[in-house]
Design a protein around this ligand. Structure first.
Ligand SMILES: Nc1ncnc2c1ncn2[C@@H]1O[C@H](COP(=O)(O)OP(=O)(O)OP(=O)(O)O)[C@@H](O)[C@H]1O
Length: 248
């Protein structure tokens, strides 16, 4: 479980996060949605320690990440898996080496243990036969799956995905969403996904937080999202639908 309390962040004279609260539960794929520049990535970065908020708390199963000492912060970090935008694979490493990388950096496992674990994760994302390939030789959807395998290789309690659908066609997007959602459920991970994607909201939105200009304006799930009376949310959904229609 992750609790965030009153997270604020200002860059210069621009307030980007104006006091965000939220709870993210194990086994749930929670979505953070909102238009461009509303603070979604900054919020995610505050949660994983890449940006220091001006105030607020981020609690990982009750452990205060921001005030923890370095050792405790390291322990919490080790429990996080992150799927960055664009997958962020190392171009010069094979698929296998990319997935093995966190094990090399953060564990003292034997070669055999690492081999087993990497194979297990590649199998989970249905890429068991692609280990020898280079990122340049595989499709965008496969790259995302490699990114997911790498994000889960350390058996994370918490998984963060920044726009996992960016650059993918609708069908591949749905498959990636389903994979994230299945893995979340299977391993009871607390998963937080940033997305613009309307299909994702309807398919995997067990909990959805809508940000608008740094404020949390609405919270709910895919069943309740179309019934809200929040004007900004309805406009966001309408614009999204329109975009989808135009793409068809
Ligand atoms: N390091 C930074 N320094 C200054 N301003 C920043 C920094 N990071 C983000 N911002 C600003 O904060 C605002 C929110 O950015 P953020 O990346 O969180 O938006 P977002 O909701 O994720 O948008 P998008 O969907 O387009 O990625 C933007 O105006 C952005 O320019």
């Amino acid at each position: 479980m992750i609790d965030i309390k009153n997270i604020t962040k200002t860059f210069g004279d621009r307030q980007v996060l104006a006091g965000i609260d939220g709870t993210f539960k194990p086994g749930d794929t929670s979505l953070i949605i909102g238009g461009s520049g509303t603070g979604k990535s900054v919020l995610l970065k505050c949660m994983i320690g890449l940006i220091k908020p001006d105030s607020g708390e981020v609690l990982y199963d009750g452990r205060n990440f921001l005030t923890a000492n370095l050792d405790d912060q390291k322990t919490i970090r080790r429990e996080m898996g992150v799927l960055f935008q664009g997958s962020a694979l190392f171009d010069s490493k094979t698929v296998f080496e990319n997935v093995r990388f966190p094990l090399d950096m953060l564990t003292d496992q034997s070669e055999e243990e690492k081999l087993d674990r990497v194979q297990e994760c590649l199998r989970r994302v249905e890429l068991e036969n692609a280990g020898d390939r280079m990122p340049s030789e595989i499709s965008g959807g496969m790259k995302k799956r490699v990114g997911i395998a790498r994000a889960i290789v350390l058996n994370p309690k918490y998984l963060f995905c920044d726009e996992p659908n960016s650059g993918l066609d609708p069908l591949t997007s749905i498959k990636i969403d389903q994979l994230i959602s299945e893995i979340t459920d299977e391993y009871k991970i607390t998963t937080v996904v940033i997305t613009h994607d309307m299909n994702s909201m309807m398919e995997i939105g067990e909990q959805i937080m809508f940000l608008y200009k740094g404020h949390k304006l609405w919270e709910g799930n895919s069943d309740t999202i179309t019934q809200s009376d929040v004007k900004e949310l309805n406009e966001f959904i309408f614009a999204n639908k329109l975009l989808r229609e135009m793409e068809k």
